[in-house]
Design a protein around this ligand. Structure first.
Ligand code: ACM
Length: 531
């Protein structure tokens, strides 16, 4: 370890240019920055699976995919199994160029997808993958489980998509129900196409939730029919003064459907009662003094608040949340509640009482940032913890008390899972208020024993947010997310016993050719033994 640390220090000095101006970043992140051990032997396809599965038994010869391979889907769930088979075929055809026709049922060789509702050990998202010379059989209790099985199958094949699936059985199911990533399209606007690309990138690693931060001081990004100026005026700007933009409802529905086909649930967030300058700028009547402020293109937080004492505010909340709920097939609706520094505590609690009641009336479950713990979270409300090592014990105790009272927690520790934090001082985009978050730090912690007094049973799952104050392009987005978001995927899915940095870092290194083949920009972190 000491050798490793010294070498990393050397790498950092090189990156900072301290040890000679002509040294490039590549050199700094090359051999000198690597762990001191010999290069690891190549992993078998089973060993390289990421997230690590619950159980693998390698046995005998496997199945060679070829021009004659067909994908067989049993009937079930109104054609949904067929659709999962079609999507898998599409994913496998891409790199391999094989025809891979999808056929209804029948016996014979090939890739077989089937539902077994009695496969009790597999839960709602688990699966079994059995591979031998006659084919590969994917079994699950649900179509979601079959989808995840298909993603495991993709990883068992070479990057080219042509080759042999090794013989054996994978039996797998997730540790946590909620495995999420968040995107902030408010600080800088991003298109639905970019977010769909991220959904594909995430779903292959069994992430099942996409939280979209749709509104903030700098922009309102979703059309609301009853308050059209929110998007038309409040969406026309972003951090740094760019044009911004917004999504139509049709675009939003298209994203929800696209994600749904990949078993990714979209959780919309309308942040309240703070982070609302874009709304206040769009409608003077939402302001206590009746005067609309200017649009905002800076990066400060905590300066805006809805007018808690005005009834019009609650008509606004009802209209907006009603329209958002109507766009949302999933159960969760996120109402923010963070950094309401311009809302007195009593007003905050009163406002959140009413906003939570509206969510309930529209048949949804509240998610809010963990500041809601200091007010009155509604029964069943989910709290998203975004503290860090320097968060006060008093604040953590409030969150633990809420968990004890039955509020499930989603853990997004800012100094572990905030993807907008720089990896190290030399990282180009990103922020550092929670510290640097190297790839190892993002992975090497236990969500089941993270907050004192919060047992694993109170943890619904984990989520990695990508805030975009300092992220402006697709390349920057991907550089900050990859490879850290793969650590999130494994923390959310793999059994606690499988979590091990050294083993994980080798699995991660083995993913590099897949990330490259998909054109994903990623950070070649010095602590990972990339080959
Ligand atoms: C947050 O980072 N303000 C939730």
């Amino acid at each position: 370890m000491r050798v490793l640390r010294l070498r990393r220090t050397l790498g950092t000095l090189l990156a900072l240019g301290v040890l000679g101006g002509s040294v490039s970043c590549t050199a700094a992140h090359g051999d000198d920055a690597r762990p001191a051990d010999d290069p690891p032997a190549a992993l078998t396809p089973f060993e390289a699976l990421l997230p690590a599965p619950a159980s693998v038994r390698a046995a005998g010869p496997g199945y060679a995919l070829g021009p004659g391979t067909v994908i067989r889907t049993g009937a079930g769930r109104d054609g949904e199994v067929r659709r999962v088979g079609e999507l898998l075929a599409q994913q496998l055809r891409g790199p391999s160029g094989l025809p891979l026709p999808v056929v209804d049922g029948g016996r014979g060789d090939g890739i077989r997808l089937g539902i077994d509702e009695d496969a009790a050990g597999l839960g709602d998202e688990g699966y079994r993958l059995e591979s031998g010379p006659g084919g590969v059989t994917l079994t699950a209790r649900t179509p979601a489980g079959l989808f995840h099985a298909g993603q495991t199958l993709r990883q068992l094949l070479p990057v080219t998509g042509r080759g042999t699936v090794p013989g054996g059985t994978v039996t797998d199911r997730p540790r946590f129900r909620y495995r999420g990533a968040m995107v902030d399209i408010a600080r800088h606007f991003f298109s639905v196409e970019q977010v769909k690309r991220y959904v594909d990138q995430l779903a292959q690693y069994k992430v099942n939730t996409l939280h979209v931060h749709l509104t903030d001081d700098q922009g309102w990004r979703i059309a609301i029919d009853s308050w059209p100026r929110l998007a038309e005026y409040g969406g026309a700007g972003e951090v740094g003064g760019g044009p911004g933009g917004h999504w139509t409802k049709e675009e939003y529905r298209d994203l929800v459907a696209y994600a749904g086909e990949r078993y990714v649930d979209v959780v919309p967030e309308i942040d309240m009662p703070g982070h609302v300058n874009a709304a206040l700028a769009s409608y003077a009547e939402l302001n206590c003094d009746g005067k609309a402020p200017a649009r905002y293109t800076g990066v400060k937080v905590g300066f805006s608040s809805l007018c808690v004492g005005k009834e019009r505010t609650y008509e606004f909340v009802d209209d907006v949340l009603g329209e958002i709920a109507a766009l949302t097939p999933g159960r969760y609706l996120h109402i923010g509640g963070d950094e309401a520094h311009s809302t007195p505590a009593a007003d905050y609690a009163a406002f959140m009482d009413r906003a939570q009641a509206v969510v309930g009336r529209y048949g949804k479950t509240v998610v809010a940032w963990h500041q809601l713990a200091a007010a009155r979270p509604a029964p069943g409300a989910v709290l998203q913890y975004w503290g860090h090592d320097r968060t006060t014990a008093a604040e953590k105790t409030k969150v633990a008390a809420a968990a004890k009272a039955g509020h499930p927690l989603v853990l997004s520790p800012a100094d572990r899972l905030y993807l907008d934090m720089k990896y190290e001082a030399a990282t180009k985009p990103g922020l550092a208020w929670a510290g640097y978050v190297p790839v190892k730090r993002a992975y090497d912690w236990n969500p089941g024993a993270y907050l004192a007094g919060v047992p694993e049973s109170a943890v619904l799952g984990v989520e990695a947010p990508l805030w975009t104050e300092a992220v402006t392009t697709r390349a920057e987005w991907e550089l900050m997310a990859f490879p850290r978001v793969l650590g999130l995927a494994e923390l959310g899915w793999s059994p606690a016993a499988a979590l091990d940095w050294t083993a994980y870092s080798r699995r991660l290194a083995a993913q590099a050719p897949r990330l490259e083949a998909q054109g994903i920009t990623f950070y070649r972190a010095p602590e990972v033994p990339w080959s």
